[in-house]
Design a protein around this ligand. Structure first.
Ligand code: PLP
Length: 425
């Protein structure tokens, strides 16, 4: 058997695959003590949300027609029409976005949405010539979500930019988009799209409204889609601690997922953008998967229709993670020596603390290995700097991602061991 070039690339080595396999092995190998899992991106199991799922499942099971619809009927490739209508109404009433069901398409999770979107825009275009020969997606602010890194079917489809680093206080920093650098791309005919996660996985950065507006201007000027990954943000699960606004323009494409709302197992996300993009995603779904899973839409549909999904996001999920963020930061303040050369990224959202050990003698990969031996799993930061031309930028080896979604005591103990590993004492 011979795999194709694309097949070889997709089935071969990738950062995310290596890391997941390594984390899995570390979990299986530890027999005496379960490792402290400060690495994964799984959402927390919030008791109040688990009660909502239980209630919704009972309602679905108790109504034969609803049950049939959820399990025994193919939805159209675009998604359940009622669910699409409810989401469009929610976006109109909450944010004033001028959208209808024609602006939305369902996908099997955000990860698949990005695979479809990147390959819709990146790569060679049919109007070949020098300009059509290559089409690239720009990530204007690294570090970014590792899950994007290997998704483009055409090699070299991604280009990325380093941020500027702003020290915001003692032991605190924030990444900012380097617009001087971005403006120099104005004449690059290979650009086909821009992508940001907001909040950003891994750093918890929330791109400011000013930065979003400038990206939107750049996108409008060059007629590029501005793809915004709301996996942790609007309108659900709403794990956003900074006060910022959602942006809608003719160019924006938002991806919204039910995963961090608490339903990663249902694999459900929504792409919201111009009608031709939503229609393209629906066609791609028909080709690659025929239809989407119905269950996530069946569970969440009525919550979207009633607006309850917003209340749960604001009153249950956001405060839950905010309290966890505070406890994790308290543990950092308690265990990290004040004189140590460390900085924590301002955590404006999501479920991670992003730690920068300035001028670290060991790479983040070496620190990850040392911590793994001590029973603490984190994610080494170097995975999140794909697409950068400057491979020697020391910063990319000086950062660690710590998840605070797990049990508070586990997070605190993990942070104590990290402090000890890094700075002794
Ligand atoms: N985008 C970001 C920033 C993520 O962190 C994740 C998952 O962790 C995804 C997208 C994909 O999530 P899902 O496919 O479960 O919607």
């Amino acid at each position: 058997m011979r795999f194709s070039e694309i097949g070889t690339r997709l089935s071969g080595q990738s950062g995310i695959n290596d890391l997941m396999a390594d984390l899995g092995q570390a979990l299986a190998a530890s027999t005496d003590h379960a490792p402290l899992m400060l690495g994964g991106g799984n959402p927390a199991h919030i008791p109040a949300m688990e009660r909502v799922w239980e209630e919704r499942m009972k309602e679905i099971i108790s109504n034969p027609l609803v049950l049939r619809r959820a399990l025994a009927i193919y939805d159209p490739p675009r998604g359940n029409p009622e669910c699409l209508k409810s989401l469009a109404e929610l976006l109109r009433s909450e944010f004033g976005w001028p959208v209808g069901p024609e602006n939305i398409a369902v996908t099997p999770g955000g990860q698949t949405a990005f695979f479809l979107l990147f390959n819709l825009f990146a790569g060679r275009t049919s109007d070949a010539g020098a300009e059509g020969a290559k089409g690239r997606i720009l990530f204007p602010l690294m570090p970014e979500y590792i899950g994007y890194a290997d998704q483009a079917l055409t090699p070299d489809s991604f280009t990325a930019r380093k941020p500027t680093i702003q020290i915001t206080g003692p032991h605190r920093f924030k990444y900012r988009i380097d617009f001087d650098h971005l403006d120099r791309l104005s004449h690059d005919p290979s650009l086909r799209g821009i992508c940001v996660s907001r909040p950003t996985n891994p750093s918890g950065n929330v791109i400011t409204d000013g930065e979003m507006n400038r990206l939107a201007e750049f996108a409008a000027l060059h007629d590029l889609p501005l793809i915004v990954d709301n996996a942790y943000g609007w309108p659900f699960p709403g794990i956003l601690f900074d006060e910022v606004s959602p942006l809608w323009t003719d160019q924006t494409i938002h991806v919204m997922s039910l995963s961090k709302f608490g339903l990663p197992g249902t694999r459900t996300a929504f792409v919201v953008g111009p009608p031709e993009v939503a229609a393209a995603i629906a066609s791609m779904t028909a080709i690659t998967g025929l239809a989407n899973g119905n269950l996530g839409q069946a569970i969440a549909g009525p919550l979207i229709q009633s607006g309850e999904i917003m209340r749960l996001s604001k009153e249950v999920i956001r405060p839950y993670y905010l309290a966890k963020r505070e406890k994790a930061l308290t543990a950092i303040n308690e265990f990290f020596p004040d004189e140590a050369p460390y900085f924590v990224h301002e955590c404006g959202g999501a479920m991670f603390l992003w730690l920068w050990i300035k001028d670290s003698k060991r790479s983040s990969r070496e620190i990850y290995e040392a911590l793994k031996k001590r029973g603490v799993l984190i994610v080494p930061g170097e995975y999140f700097f794909f697409g950068l031309e400057d491979k020697d930028w020391p910063h990319r080896h000086e950062c660690l991602r710590i998840s605070f979604a797990m049990d508070d005591e586990e997070v605190r103990e993990g942070i104590r061991i990290i402090a000890n590993e890094l700075f002794g004492g």
